[in-house]
Design a protein around this ligand. Structure first.
Ligand SMILES: Nc1ncnc2c1ncn2[C@@H]1O[C@H](COP(=O)(O)OP(=O)(O)OP(=O)(O)O)[C@@H](O)[C@H]1O
Ligand SMILES: [Mg+2]
Length: 631
């Protein structure tokens, strides 16, 4: 389908969703679908819930956040259960400003954007539909039309509680345009859109001297004031501040605590009483979710100031810490790179993972348990299964430091270092070593790193480097073994024949001489030792393999070299040990002979075809591993 057709279809769909009718027709709608009258908080909560909730262990994962927020399941769970859910049920937290507090580039803005974009979509659905008094700049809730003295009757009939009073502008319009007949007032369906300033507002602090309160609450319209004769005529006022426009939806307060106090005072009554003051009018009711964000340092200095007590008590602070999982951090980088101008550069496998290891290490706090060093902690947090540790241990670890994840290296720093290295050196391909070097070089110029932290971070760079060395060796090992696949299969068959004879207390027959032989203990042990099977455990290990073989046979499946994870590892390691010299020579020689060259080309081809390298990163890897093996 071409794009013009799609545009046309989209317009038609939008057209279909439109609805307009009188207030009495709107009441008919409410009879069938009372949820249409829900509050802003309730709509946000229902939107989050509508994306699905997965129960995992003792936790809930709200899938709404999956798309854009990685590794913060627990923080998101807390946010939903302690703010959005109770706020939706009209509990007191609704009257508080939601203040997201977290370290720089930890995803606060991303989270708010996700909510905003989500609401734009949700108001296009049946469940998320919003209706407003037609022509009202604040998209006022039509139910405000119901006079106060009748609201109790209304609640009895419809089961809906009405909060807030009709704005001065609409009070006047009902009189002048509808002759007081509220049932005739026109109501329309609205769709949130930040671009069109409907239901979503954003306020970001600028120079307090020049910033005007009008940005928040609107201003007098000097072009019409002559026509209406008075400043207090609501028709001579432009209700176009962010608080006005965000009515019924979400209002984002960026860097709230950088804001001049006079802006914040407006929030006091808005949050507590659900109304604010604009111009010379009676209070204006508003129904909106206010989300602000800030970092920890600003928050601390804010609460240290006694003057801020009133405001502080009207906030609910939710931490948005850094992600602490290596694999999720890798996804964050992948996403940021996809969205950047370096997306076409080849990034060698494991590069982002190694960078992520470094980053996570800088965010972790040391455990009080002697048996857990930072590397172990990093692995456990990432969901790796380590011998001797269970999920319970991981939960305990998480509880040791309440402020874990509130400091360390931020993702933006990593991406900036990667980009600047690529651009400066005009690279078309980048690997883990390039990135670690670049992260290291940048530490000196990173504004917020103390010299003490710098020392620690340098240690983490070398830890990550060591991890990379292991990964690199394994990768090359795998690629070599792959091109020695035949040898692996032979070695495996040989081992299995011996194991079978050993377990059955039988003899083997030499294929050439026909002579009877005892099982080759040395061969079996040389393989088993690769994966740490001890002398005492060897019998059990061999028997287990035999059982596995017969289980396969019963199901008519072929037991091969891939069928037993540990055995495969053992075979690969053994082959690699045997091959070590070949690898060493092949990867490090400057003038390979024909035979070696052939092997190198095969291995490079494997790295490219099977493991995602390109020819330059594959050759770099071989060279590097060659130098490691020669140390
Ligand atoms: N947990 C995370 N999941 C997904 N992306 C993340 C996460 N943390 C950070 N990012 C990415 O890092 C970048 C910076 O995040 P964002 O701007 O949302 O942070 P912030 O907390 O608002 O930072 P600041 O305090 O600097 O305003 C974004 O590209 C964002 O996608
Ligand atoms: Mg931000």
């Amino acid at each position: 389908m071409d794009i013009l057709k799609k545009i046309q279809d989209h317009r038609e769909q939008e057209e279909e969703l439109k609805w307009e009718g009188t207030f009495s027709e709107y009441l008919e709608l409410l009879k069938e679908r009372p949820y249409l009258a829900q509050s802003a908080h309730s709509r946000v909560y229902n939107m989050i819930k509508s994306a699905g909730v997965a129960e995992e262990h003792d936790h809930k994962r709200y899938k709404f956040f999956d798309e854009d927020i990685y590794g913060l399941d627990e923080a998101m769970e807390k946010l939903v259960e302690e703010y959005f859910h109770p706020a939706a049920r009209r509990l007191d937290v609704r009257k508080r400003i939601l203040l997201l507090m977290g370290p720089v580039s930890g995803g606060k803005s991303t989270l708010v954007n996700l909510l905003k974009r989500g609401m734009e979509k949700y108001t296009h659905t049946d469940e998320g539909a919003v209706f407003a008094i037609k022509g009202c700049p604040m998209h006022e809730d039509p139910l405000h039309l119901v006079p106060n003295h009748l609201r109790k009757d209304f609640q009895e009939e419809y089961g809906i509680r009405i909060e807030g009073s009709l704005s001065p502008l609409n009070t006047m319009r009902v009189e002048t345009e509808y002759g007081g007949r509220i049932e005739d007032v026109l109501v329309e369906r609205i769709f949130f859109s930040e671009d069109k300033r409907t239901g979503i507002g954003t306020f970001s602090p600028s120079d307090p001297k020049s910033q005007d309160i009008a940005d928040l609450t609107g201003s007098i319209d000097f072009s019409t004031i002559a026509q209406y004769g008075s400043e207090s005529d609501p028709r001579a006022y432009r209700f176009d501040g962010e608080l006005n426009k965000a009515n019924r939806g979400i209002m984002e307060f960026q860097e709230m605590l950088k804001c001049d106090e006079k802006f914040l005072w407006h929030l006091l009554s808005l949050t507590q009483e659900g109304n604010f003051k604009a111009g010379r009018f009676a209070l204006i009711s508003a129904d909106e979710l206010i989300i602000a964000h800030t970092n920890e340092a600003e928050y601390r200095s804010f609460i240290a100031n006694k003057k801020n007590e009133a405001l502080h008590s009207r906030m609910i602070v939710m931490p948005v810490p850094y992600n602490l999982k290596v694999s999720q951090e890798e996804r964050i980088y992948e996403k940021m790179i996809r969205e950047s101008d370096i997306r076409d550069v080849h990034i060698a496998p494991h590069t982002l993972r190694v960078a992520a290891m470094f980053t996570i290490l800088t965010r972790l706090k040391e455990s009080k348990k002697a048996s857990i060093d930072v590397l172990k902690k990093m692995r456990l947090y990432d969901g790796e299964i380590l011998e001797g540790f269970s999920d319970v241990d991981v939960e305990e670890l998480k509880k040791e430091h309440a402020d874990e994840g509130m400091s360390g290296i931020d993702p933006r720093y990593v991406i900036n270092r990667i980009s600047s290295t690529i651009i400066k050196k005009e690279l078309t391909s980048i690997n883990a070593l390039d990135v670690l070097r670049s992260l290291k070089d940048g530490l000196g110029s990173h504004a917020s790193i103390s010299s003490e932290d710098k020392e620690r971070y340098l240690d983490f760079i070398s830890l990550a480097r060591k991890e990379y060395d292991e990964i690199a060796k394994k990768e090359v090992q795998k690629a070599f073994v792959y091109s020695y696949e035949e040898s692996a299969v032979t070695l495996m068959d040989n081992y299995l024949d011996n194991v079978e004879a050993y377990c059955n207390k039988a003899k083997l027959r030499d294929p050439l001489t026909g002579e009877e032989l005892n099982p080759d203990e040395r061969l079996m042990r040389s393989i088993e030792e690769q994966i740490g099977v001890s002398e005492n455990a060897k019998k059990a290990f061999r028997e287990e393999i035999l059982i596995r073989i017969s289980a396969y046979a019963r199901k008519g499946k072929k037991f091969d070299y891939q069928s037993h994870e540990r055995l495969r590892e053992a075979i690969q390691k053994k082959l690699f040990a045997d091959l070590k010299d070949v690898v060493k020579i092949t990867t490090s020689t400057k003038t390979p002979d024909e035979q070696q060259l052939k092997k190198i080309n095969e291995v490079v081809a494997t790295l490219i075809d099977e493991h995602g390298y390109n020819s330059s990163s594959a050759n770099e890897l071989l060279k590097y591993v060659g130098s490691l093996l020669n140390r």
